[in-house]
Design a protein around this ligand. Sequence first.
Ligand code: FEO
Length: 392
Amino acid sequence: MAPRKIKDGVYSVGAIDWDRRLFDSLIPLPLGTSYNAYYVKGESKAALIDTVEPALVKELFANLDELGVRTIDYVVCHHAEQDHSGAIPAVLERYPGARVVTNQKCMDLLVSHLRIPASSCDIIADGAVLDLGGRSLRFMFAPWVHWPETMFSFLVEAKILFTCDFFGSHFATGTLYADDEHHVYLSAKRYYAEIMMPFRGKYPAYLQKIEAMSPEIIAPSHGPIYRRPEFIIDAYKDWTSDKVKNEALVAYVSMHGSTKRMVDRLVDRLVAKGVNVKQFDLATIDIGELAMALVDAATLVLATPTVLNGPHPAAVYAAYLAGAIKPKLRHAVIIGSQAWGGKTVDTLKGLLAGLKLEMFTPLMTKGLPTAEDLAAVDHLAETIEARHSALE
Ligand code: FEO
């Protein structure tokens, strides 16, 4: 992808990874991703803001060549994760004399992860300004977005805020701007759920500071950039708030149909009572869809058969994920089936133990659910609906 001008002296020079389908050997990328890097030319100095995944460094260099860049004075490193920092060694080799501008924590990680010499780095403080001549970058530390060393930079004169992973989306597109807000919203929400949500308590303060800067453009390091910043700021305000929606997430796996009968009955009753249900078969689900549904849901229903004395592995993964990404769920319940016993409920409860929520009484059938079991499911639906009706 060719370099693209954002404002005078400011260009997007990163790489689009159209075909990548898995990130960190963990996160599905149904729409690929991009590693955005930005070139900012002042009257006296030039800065490269972040780099790209090392495998695509040729694309970064081709873009810089097309702009006629011969010298880079500063490589601003917002975040040490390798999809943004991994090409720094190659950049330093190609542009000798370039200094890595970052904070102390980030430098420590660059040294340990990439063996970048500390002597190549200039350490800046929170709020420091880097003068490029007529253009200046002001740094804002933003720990836990999503690592402890992360920071943003604000191009003061052009009012462009570079936020690295924050506000990002795994969305490969040839369109520079996030004008297709419907599609970008879904990708950004998925990204937030998978990567940012565990630290959501930090973000309202960052959002306030960002609003106070009145950026005209927000340029993250994944996905399209925002020339209507309030679109993504408002979305983050919603996702990070304490409010949940009238949504029950029913995540199930069934081997011989007993658990599925419980699920069918419960979903039928919840829908009849006006509860919005999102139902996922854990045997086939893209785990990112599950994470995204956890952003707003008030209740998680985890339904599983018992296998080898415990939950189905797909249910274990779902419970682990929910426990790890810390959604704002208010309630959860475990339902399912067993043939003769087992520790299914205890195992899943343990994985959800870190979440502050109300656990409803579990419902486990022996084999196919009886009329009594189904009556208990109906009662569970009534309980969920009553709790949802009481939501603020
Ligand atoms: Fe896009 Fe945390 O790296």
